[in-house]
Design a protein around this ligand. Structure first.
Ligand code: BES
Ligand code: ZN
Ligand code: ZN
Length: 484
């Protein structure tokens, strides 16, 4: 799909034009085609304008061949870039039935020039699809023209496109089923990133990882016939010597059956999503390399399948993590913290000065925050604060949860240093505590629990069921800010 930028003086000829209107916006007078479309919409539906409202108005204008897509923007006061992104994506999805190949989005009604990046993100997000359906493909949108008088529109578009494409890349990795997205396949996709200048990769096989001391990671992987892989992807931009080295660690469980502590059929249904953290790490690094960002990042994707078998770990087994700490594995379904803890220790050893891990770690985090907010846990207030600030700029929602010392007690083991589950309550925090204490890192570290927001289970106006690519935008933003 091509994205073009034109000024408001050169409105393009297209199949469909997307026009936005706020709930509390007066019906425009005027005679231009977009105004007429809004007038027509309000005649059909008086209070039109609620977020994600959509009406297709057949065009009588020669410039717009098929229709105007009038989309509700909600209240002007509460409009923000996250809503702009989603509203544009939902419009792009909503016009699919009339099969446009050329579309324009008129920016002036979508909140002005500060929204340019969000609009591009929304367009790319909206056209995304990934499936194995054998029915013939619908006609696709080939060209989107964004009408704007924003300054530096070309270069801003290029950067926004890189990030939007990285989000799509992550979504695709997550949407791929577990029979095709194995740890080996994920490693192959990571190796392909070497085509971008500045990226090098190293794949550590399961045996080698175990020999290096990654006993917690190897324990999770040992029950599966698929070989586990520790995927190290480094991007070295033209960063100065004294700048931070950001370690990004991703949980890459390509399928989580729960192991011998087997999940129920329902709970297992979406568990191909359990490698979303690892996919996100790859997406962030791909975006930074394409942007030629002057930063240094070490990405570590801990890829394994959690399966029950005669070789699988049993509840009660004791293993030694890379840090040297010993762990009783009481519940084999709490596998994420095991692989991530070894990943964090390894990032520390490879020289990361700051470490951020991303993991679809706990159902408890979804109970606490719902399915659209990322849980943040940290032992380092400044890094947490920087991340929260970056997330405000990208519109991705992040909420900090407690890490008080009293939670440490809950994961003290009986015959080993730690156990991999705590008490019934506060499960998102005990999981985070486990990563912190078992990895034994003393570097500034933040853990992001993306169990809910990384995967849409029901479908929304702006996306179908599947991976979301959440946190690519925020962590690209943060990494660039920290290295500036
Ligand atoms: N992968 C799951 C967490 C998850 C749940 C991700 C729902 C996405 C959606 C994780 O490995 C898990 O099973 N966690 C357990 C931990 C428990 C056994 C302490 C959970 O949250 O129930
Ligand atoms: Zn699990
Ligand atoms: Zn899991």
């Amino acid at each position: 799909m091509n994205i073009h930028i034109v000024s408001t003086k050169r409105m393009p000829s297209v199949d469909v034009e997307i026009v936005g209107v706020f709930e509390d916006q007066k019906t425009p007078k005027g005679t231009d085609a977009a105004a007429s479309a809004i007038i027509a919409t309000r005649q059909l539906q008086e209070k039109f304008g609620k977020l994600y409202d959509l009406r297709l108005i057949p065009s009588t204008d020669r410039r717009v061949k098929k229709a105007f897509a009038v989309i509700g923007l909600g209240k002007a006061k509460t409009f923000n870039i996250a809503k702009a992104r989603n509203v544009v994506a939902s419009a792009v999805r909503g016009i699919a039935p009339i099969k446009p190949s050329t579309v324009s989005v008129s920016l002036k009604d979508v909140g002005g020039e500060s929204m340019l990046e969000a609009v591009i993100d929304g367009v790319v997000f909206g056209v995304y699809e990934h499936h194995y359906k054998t029915e013939k493909k619908e006609q696709r949108i080939t060209d989107v023209t964004i009408v704007t008088d924003a300054r530096d529109a070309e270069s801003r578009t290029n950067h926004a496109r890189i990030i939007a494409d990285a989000v799509s890349f992550v979504r695709k990795l997550v949407d791929e089923p577990a029979n095709t997205m194995t740890p080996t396949r994920l490693a192959d996709r990571a190796k392909e990133l070497e085509r971008f200048s500045g990226i090098t990769t190293r794949i550590i096989g399961e045996k080698e990882a175990k020999a290096m001391g990654m006993g917690a990671f190897a324990a999770v992987s040992q029950g599966s016939d698929e070989e586990g892989k520790v995927i190290v992807v480094e991007y070295k931009g033209s960063a100065k010597k004294d700048k931070p080295v950001i370690g990004l660690v991703g949980k890459g469980i390509t399928f989580d059956t729960g192991g011998l502590s087997l999940k129920s059929d329902k709970a297992m249904e979406t568990m191909k999503c359990d490698m979303a953290g690892a996919a996100t790490v790859l997406g962030i690094i791909a975006a930074l390399a394409q942007k030629k960002a002057p930063v240094r990042v070490i990405g570590i994707a801990m890829a394994a399948e959690n399966s029950p078998s005669g070789k699988a770990i049993r509840p009660g087994d004791v293993v030694m993590a890379l840090s040297g700490k010993t762990v009783e594995i009481l519940n084999t379904d709490a596998e994420g913290r095991l692989v991530v803890a070894d990943g964090v220790t390894y990032a520390d050893r490879l020289g990361a000065t700051h470490i951020i891990d991303l993991a679809t770690l706990t159902g408890a985090c979804m109970v606490a925050l719902g399915s659209e907010i990322v849980g943040l846990f940290s032992g380092d207030a400044p890094l947490a604060e920087k991340l929260m600030q970056a997330s405000k700029k990208t519109g991705e929602r992040v909420w900090q949860l407690p890490m008080d010392e009293d939670f440490d007690e809950e994961i003290k083991g009986t015959i080993a240093d730690y156990k991999n589950v705590g008490e019934k309550y506060g499960g998102a925090t005990t999981a985070a505590k486990f990563i912190q204490l078992v990895s034994a890192t003393k570097k500034p570290w933040v853990h992001l629990d993306i169990a809910g927001p990384s995967f849409e289970e029901k479908g929304k106006p702006w996306m179908g069921k599947g991976g979301t690519g959440v946190m690519v935008r925020t962590l690209v933003q943060l990494t660039e800010e920290m290295s500036a």
